[in-house]
Design a protein around this ligand. Structure first.
Ligand SMILES: Nc1ncnc2c1ncn2[C@@H]1O[C@H](COP(=O)(O)OP(=O)(O)O)[C@@H](O)[C@H]1O
Ligand SMILES: [Mg+2]
Length: 243
């Protein structure tokens, strides 16, 4: 069985891409077969894995030019990269028949090869994000422990419910226990979301920001770092939750 998960938040900079890579690489380390799909025209995920110019990026596949052609990154971990021209897809695809389920159709012939497919969403509710949601079994939302984080979560939840879906899990990223505000938001997230929140909190950790410039995940870049520990713990929760 394949579990397809969207990692989404309409806000940028909350750790969607970092989480997609490091949850994905962590699952791969646990011998799960994993595919990451970069759905952001800014292609940060692709670049963070060392892919700057993809031969067959997601854009052409969405436009019907070729099937999805995953590239192998490391053992058990594949990626379908993105490119700047994906920005055109939002408008071009709006004229297509069944435009919300183009990605679902593209995934059909290859999804059985994988245990997990993670979709790194752009920071907006456009056609790309809708395609990700429609293709997904689960929606995970990373949030920063900052002021208004819960408000953003509520807005996202409302938008997602309009397409008949719901947020499955939330987790806190970039957490700094020295900041009172971070601690307060963490408490209110725990109170408000209860079992919807993963127990693991991803701490702020500079190695998580450094790893992408080396084109590798946190487990290869700095296996003893807090970043590797936190994402490792989150991966265990994800596996248990998706059983
Ligand atoms: N836990 C963390 N600790 C430190 N820096 C982080 C952490 N998570 C993400 N970052 C950094 O914050 C920036 C935004 O993260 P990113 O994953 O690209 O967010 P998004 O995909 O939501 O826009 C990046 O520079 C990333 O390296
Ligand atoms: Mg991103």
């Amino acid at each position: 069985m394949t579990t397809i998960i969207s990692i989404a938040n309409f806000k940028g900079g909350v750790g969607k891409t970092t989480s997609t890579i490091n949850i994905g690489a962590g699952l791969a380390k646990k011998k799960k077969k994993v595919l990451l799909i970069d759905l952001d025209p800014q292609f940060n995920l692709s670049q963070s894995l060392g892919i700057n110019e993809a031969e067959k990026p997601i854009y052409g596949a969405l436009r019907g030019q070729y099937p999805l052609e995953p590239i192998n990154v490391t053992k058990n971990l594949d990626v379908v990269p993105s490119s700047l021209d994906l920005i055109k897809a939002q408008i071009e695809l709006s004229h297509e028949f069944k435009r919300e389920s183009i990605l679902t159709k593209l995934l059909e012939p290859i999804k059985e090869r994988y245990d997990f497919i993670l979709l790194d969403c752009p920071p907006s509710l456009g056609l790309l994000t809708i395609n990700a949601f429609v293709a997904s079994d689960k929606i995970f939302v990373p949030i920063e422990s900052e002021f208004l984080a819960l408000k953003g979560y509520t807005i996202l939840g409302e938008a997602i419910s309009q397409v008949g879906l719901e947020i499955d899990k939330v987790f806190i990223t970039r957490y700094d226990s020295r900041k009172i505000l971070n601690r307060n938001v963490h408490d209110s997230v725990k109170d408000a979301l209860k079992e919807k929140a993963f127990k693991t909190v991803i701490r702020s950790n500079v190695t998580l920001a450094e790893a992408p410039s080396n084109g590798i995940d946190i487990y290869r870049y700095s296996p003893k770092s807090n970043g590797a520990k936190d994402y490792g713990a989150l991966v265990k929760e994800v596996i248990a939750y998706c059983k």
